[in-house]
Structures are given as C-alpha cells and as structure tokens.
Design a protein. Structure first.
Length: 438
C-alpha cells in the first residue's frame, strides 16, 4: 500500500463497520443491481505526487473507457489520510462509490464488513480469470480460504534508494546488504556532513511496514496462526527496537524525522539532503521532484545477514493497490467491465508506467517496458523475498495501534529518552490491549 497515507484511523470506526455486515455503497436500491448502466463513481487513491497528477494520469483512460463502453466514470482522487475513513463511512451508510481503490493491507479488514463484492470464480471469469494475476499480489486480497475481496491493480515493493554522489564522497563503493553494513556506512556519511537515512517516524503505515519486515527477519509474527494479536513476543520486541534504534542508538536516522508523516523523507532524498531512503517504488515520485534517475541507485532492502529470500530473509512487505467493487452498486455490470478494463494488459502497462509500479498481471509484467534496472529489483523482491502483511480482520486496528506505538517510541528517541527492550515491550503491550477482544 502506498505509505503516504497516515493510517490514523480508530478501532471504533472499524468496529462499527464490522457490525454493519453486508452493508455496501453505491446505491440505496439494494444489492448488485444495474439501475444506472451509464454511469460509475470511482474513488482512486492518491498514487502520484499530487491529486492533480493523478487526474492527469487517469482522466484520459476513463475517457477511453467511456468511448469503448458508453459508461461515464465520475472520478474522485482521495488522499490516503482520508481514504480508509471514507470507505468505512460508506460501508456503514450504504452510500459510496461503485468502484474504489484500497490499500492491499486493508483487504481482509474490509472483507470482514461484507460490503465488498467477493471475487469468486464466476466474477474472475468476467475479467479474464484469476490465473492472470501473480501469486504475490493475490496473497494480499483477503483472508486465506475466502474468495478475494478485491483485484490487484498496482504492485509495489520496498527497496533501498541511495545517492551515488554522496556514497562516492564517503568512499562507499556499493550499497549495504545488511543492517550492520548500513549503520557502518551511515557513520562514514555523517563524517562527511550528510544525513544517512530518511524515515517517516510519524507515519503509522510506514512504521508498520518496516517493523513487519524486521519481525520476519527475526523469525517473528505479530499474530498467532489463529489470528490473535501477539505483539509482545521476544522476536517482535527485538524487531521494533532494532528499527527505532536506527535513530535512538545508531544515529543514522535524524531525530527530526520522528515528526515526518507526509513524504518529507522522499523530498529530503530527492534534494540530496539524505543519502538513503527505504521506499516503495519511488522512481516516479523522485522524478516529479527533479531528481534524475542517473543520480541514484536502487538495491534490495538490507537483511540481518546473507541475501534476501523467504522466511527470515524477507526484506519487503507485498505493497500494492487493489481494485474493489461495492456489493450493492447500482451498476454491477459496468463496474465489472471497468475492473476488466483497468486490469487489461494495455491499461496495466499505461498505469503502472505512470506510477513506476509493477503490473500484478503476469503478461503485462513481462513486457519490456518493465525491464529497467530499478524494476528488476522490485520484481525480484516481489517474486522471491516479499511477504504479505497479516490478512486478518483486525489488520487495520493493528496498523493504528502498533503504528502509534512505534511513532511514540521515535518521539522518545528524538527527545533523548531511553528506548529499552522494556519500554518497547510496554508500548507494544499497550497497543495489544487496544485491540478488539477475542
């Protein structure tokens, strides 16, 4: 999911949505009708550098769809800071769009509301079949054992972006492959008067994405096999502390980044204020801020030791955007046609090129347009070393409670307060207490 969102949504709102099982959006006339065959409302997530950029990317494609089908699509690009709350309101009110983008980490939580159209074999057949999509993307479309709640639209993965000039000036010949190497390189970079690594310490989603990967690298999970929160196990505590210690102990993340939540670390990197950035598919964002592709390199996110892979060698969550349909849309046929259009090979190439993301459709992903050096790192990561965030109904509350705990720990680090294993465990225990009772 795009990490520019703040993900500051409460468990109360989600609880209300979960209580409103089978409520949907798009129409007050009932479920899944075709009462308005010539119009659709589409909520798109803010994927580009601005909402204006998204409209510039999307509107020509929507006009193309209207020309092909006669169906007009009314577009609204919704900021990430508002999107989940808007969706939750729609699930409880029964009023919302026909089609919408959702961060793929929300799939299971929104699936549990009963508001979204299930993508069973019959519905997948209408858009060309489930086997068109890569397995990693399908793994973040809903709870295991249930029909997906959404269809993959854009795939992304985290990578390490590094400034070639700053690295050369510090005498560093290659990007770090392990966290120990990153910390050592950070000291060399600081000695040259530059900041080593950017972060978004106040961005709850960014916090979750990174501590999830650190936990995987320590052989730990935030949930038990039966979906119960397990935030205070030793591996999770170690993982969260290691991430926060990049600021608190290792001093490679500047204390000012504890307040970052709106892509400021990306801007700092684009302006050569920081040497490294851990980000999802950042090329389009960096280009929009004037940074040339030749000035930075891209490498896999570091691991504890060895090379990225499965299990404890995971180095990214499976990031991405899914396309969902409200179950009670008054234009079910048109909504299905729109999903088919947006996931067609032609549109996948256009849209994922515009956003420097990776098509989750197999044939589009194999196109030569996605064979750049940067894309090869992202595709390799998605294929071999990325893992899906927990596909559980409480995932959104997890993002809020644990993301806030990490935010508060970064604030402690920035203020010079000690971050210890005990303080990390206490913060995570508080977060777990805020989760819905089982």
């Amino acid at each position: 999911m795009r990490s520019i969102r703040a993900a500051a949504v409460g468990a109360v709102a989600m609880s209300l949505a979960l209580a409103a099982s089978a409520c949907g959006g798009g129409s007050s006339t009932g479920g899944g009708s075709d009462d308005s065959p010539k119009t659709l409302t589409y909520w798109a997530s803010n994927q580009g550098a601005s909402i204006a950029v998204d409209k510039k990317v999307l509107q020509p494609e929507l006009d193309k769809f209207e020309k092909q089908t006669g169906i007009k699509v009314n577009l609204e690009v919704v900021p990430w800071s508002d999107l989940l709350n808007r969706i939750l309101t729609a699930t409880t009110s029964g009023q919302g769009p026909d089609v919408l983008n959702i961060g793929n980490t929300w799939s299971a939580s929104l699936q549990a509301t009963g508001a979204l159209l299930p993508w069973d074999a019959k519905n997948f057949a209408k858009i060309g079949g489930k086997d068109r999509f890569v397995d990693s993307a399908l793994g973040s479309t809903g709870a295991q054992g249930k029909d997906p709640a959404a269809v993959p639209l854009y795939s992304m993965a985290y990578a390490l972006y590094y400034n070639k000039e700053i690295f050369a000036d510090a005498g560093i010949s290659k990007p770090p492959a392990t966290w120990d190497e990153l910390v050592a390189d950070g000291k060399k970079i600081k000695a040259k008067g530059k900041s080593p690594l950017g972060a978004e310490g106040a961005n709850l989603a960014e916090n979750i994405h990174h501590v999830f990967v650190f936990a995987k690298q320590h052989g730990a999970d935030f949930f038990t096999a039966d979906g119960k929160p397990d935030f205070t196990n030793d591996g999770v505590v170690t993982a969260v502390k290691q991430y926060v210690d990049l600021m608190a102990k290792d001093k490679v993340i500047p204390t000012g980044d504890a307040e970052y939540a709106q892509n400021q670390s990306v801007s700092d990197f684009a302006k050569s204020k920081q040497a490294m950035l851990l980000w999802q598919s950042a090329a389009a964002n960096l280009k929009s801020q004037g940074m040339s592709e030749s000035s930075y390199g891209i490498a896999p996110v570091p691991v504890q030791s060895g090379t990225p892979g499965t299990g404890t060698q995971v180095d990214s969550m499976v990031a991405g955007i899914n396309l969902a349909v409200f179950k009670n849309t008054d234009n079910l046929d048109g909504a299905t046609k729109f999903v088919k259009f947006m996931t067609s090979d032609a549109e996948q190439k256009i849209l994922n090129t515009a956003y420097s993301s990776i098509p989750p459709v197999k044939t589009a992903q194999s196109d030569a347009a996605f064979n750049s050096a940067a894309n090869s790192v992202l595709k390799q990561t998605l294929a071999t070393s990325a893992a899906a965030l927990p596909q559980v109904a409480d995932e959104s509350q997890f993002e809020t409670t644990v993301g806030t705990a990490v935010k508060d720990l970064f604030a402690d680090a920035a203020a010079g307060r000690a971050v210890t294993a005990d303080s990390v465990k206490a913060a995570l225990e508080k977060a777990q207490q805020q989760m819905p009772a089982k």
